[in-house]
Design a protein around this ligand. Sequence first.
Ligand code: FES
Length: 104
Amino acid sequence: MRQLEAKEIAVVGALTVAAGATGFYLGRYVFSTGKSAERCRVNHNHCLDSAKIVDIVDVEDIGQKKSFCRCWKSKTFPACDGSHAEHNKLTGDNVGPLVVNNTK
Ligand code: FES
């Protein structure tokens, strides 16, 4: 039986690592559970019994300027209360509010 050369061993090793990594990530995707989907939620606080949260705000009611939360951490949702700053500090994220200016 012929012995493998170093170059052949390196190729076989690289293919083995690539196949293992592919199998690992494919397995995580295929066998992911509802629990991992739960971790993907962005909303953990507001109206959790609702299938979908929709807020309607009349422009006339916002005054001159209003900030709306886009991080889902605000205690006054849908208004921004600044909670995004702590979230960004903890996670390295960069989310911030939608600021609506009423120029009329
Ligand atoms: S608290 Fe969510 S964007 Fe400010």
